[in-house]
Design a protein. Structure first.
Length: 475
């Protein structure tokens, strides 16, 4: 079966490329391995990961390397620069270890020498050398934390190389096009092999790069991160089917393992005495959460609640959306602790915050959200496990479902966000719920229909409106 797949891929590529076996050679802009400590970006104490001004013009072999800053793959004698930042070590070049099914961009060995090889799933799972592993979403999150861009505002720009990237030719922020050249992670625009509905084709040389990450979706769904010359951010992307081939960056060490708690057997219930509405609840670890979004009107001055599309059935289907002032109960209808909390900048509330929640329940803070994520096995699969097993739409033309497993009976269902301008964003494609606060922004946590199985911590504008899930007060 595997040989048949490889034959199919090769045939499809021949057709997609028009049978041309003489692709243009890549421009010689590849980064070199240096035997000096400078090229690793190492500084005193923990490494900053930033580049030194020194570099070597000659790529060295495994027989002549600085072992502290270069890794030698003994399987084939190839050497790779190491990117060190804090206590994290990554390969600073794409893997170029040849496997039976791996490919060079445009079937050219010159591209492999510059960009590394492209790998299919599932061969990619064990392609990293001994002592290294294929990164998970959590490893990329740690990388963003280390470069001090946890919210991915310009992580792509910071990690891309200055070389090999096309410019758009338009007036735009400097973060687009080539990278900053600050960090020695040096992502090159090597492109990838893309599986579309009708064909396979090489695409993206000079405009994009795609790196595998551990898939966490059901059978037939692959996940990767993508760098683009048109964006300063990194895209957390997925593709239906395993026929696409992407690059690999390996991480040193052994991945951390989080043991999830035992899933709930059945749901409980909660009745909100303010309007008599009953909600399902679920116990996850030591916490009890609402298993439905809150449906309760709160309109006091600038503290407002909304229904999706401004229709009552929007609240019944998706839950009520609250601006931050309403979610926090800034008019102190239920909790004097939050009086005047119209925005995080002027909120003086401390401790547990009831907000708009029913009596005996409260708005979750960051610690409680993180405890929930850990309890179900970690951030990179939490969204998948917490999503409802029905109600999410298909992700693509192949009919890949956006539903989750709902093994913890949290039953996260798709909803929407009301923007500051009054429009409703991504109706039926995401669920975002308010937490309390962080700095000058409200905290929200997001689960998306497609593209990632993780649950994301996002900063939310206080003037936008999101759903609310409450947590039961401890006895």
């Amino acid at each position: 079966m595997k040989k048949f797949l490889y034959l199919f891929v090769a045939t499809a590529m021949f057709i997609a490329c028009g049978g041309d076996s003489s692709p243009a050679s890549p421009e010689d802009t590849s980064s070199s391995i240096s035997s000096s400590a400078g090229s690793s970006g190492k500084s005193s104490g923990k490494s900053s990961g930033k580049k030194s001004s020194s570099s070597s013009a000659k790529k060295v072999s495994c027989g002549n390397v600085d072992a502290e800053n270069v890794f030698c793959d003994t399987r084939d004698g190839q050497a790779y620069r190491i990117f060190k930042i804090g206590d994290i070590e990554w390969m600073a070049e794409n893997l170029n270890y040849e496997t039976e099914s791996s490919l060079c961009y445009n079937d050219s060995a010159e591209y492999c020498a510059k960009f590394g090889r492209l790998y299919f799933w599932p061969d990619v799972l064990d392609v990293c050398p001994e002592g290294w592993y294929l990164p998970r979403s959590e490893d990329y999150n740690r990388l963003l934390d280390a470069i001090e861009d946890p919210n991915n505002r310009k992580a792509g720009y910071l990690l891309k190389s200055e070389k090999s990237w096309k410019t758009t030719g338009e007036k735009e922020p400097e973060e687009k096009g080539p990278g900053a050249g600050i960090y020695s992670f040096d992502v090159l625009a090597g492109g990838y092999l893309y599986s579309s509905k009708d064909s396979l084709k090489f695409t993206g040389e000079s405009t994009s790069a795609a790196l595998w990450r551990i898939p966490v979706y059901d059978e037939g769904y692959s996940t990767y991160i993508k760098f683009s010359y048109t964006s300063a951010e990194i895209s957390w992307t997925s593709n239906s089917g395993y026929l696409s081939a992407y690059s690999v960056r390996c991480v040193k060490g052994v991945p951390d393992t989080i043991v999830p708690v035992t899933p709930a057997k059945k749901q409980g219930s909660l009745t909100d005495e303010r309007n008599g509405r009953t909600y399902k609840t679920t116990k996850i670890g030591n916490q009890v959460w609402m298993a439905e979004n809150l449906v309760f009107d709160y309109n006091e001055g600038d503290a407002e609640s909304y229904c999706v599309n401004n229709k009552r059935d929007g609240c019944e289907k998706y839950g009520t959306l609250y601006n931050w002032s309403a979610a926090m109960d800034s008019k102190a209808l239920y909790d004097s602790n939050t009086v005047g909390c119209t925005s995080p900048r002027n909120c003086k509330a401390t401790g547990r915050i009831r907000g708009v929640c029913p009596e005996g329940w409260h708005l979750p803070d960051t610690t409680e959200f993180e405890a929930l994520i850990t309890a179900v096995g970690g951030r990179f699969s939490a969204g998948w496990k917490l999503k409802a097993s029905e109600g999410w739409d298909f992700c693509d033309y192949r009919g890949t479902s956006g539903n989750g497993t709902d093994e913890y009976l949290f039953s996260a269902k798709p909803g929407s966000i009301r923007r500051e301008d009054g429009t409703f964003f991504d109706i039926g494609k995401l669920m975002e719920v308010w937490g309390t606060m962080s700095g000058t922004y409200g905290v929200a946590y997001e689960i998306r229909q497609c593209g990632s199985a993780s649950i994301a911590h996002v900063d939310g504008s206080a003037l936008s409106a999101r759903a609310v899930r409450c947590v039961k007060d401890e006895d």
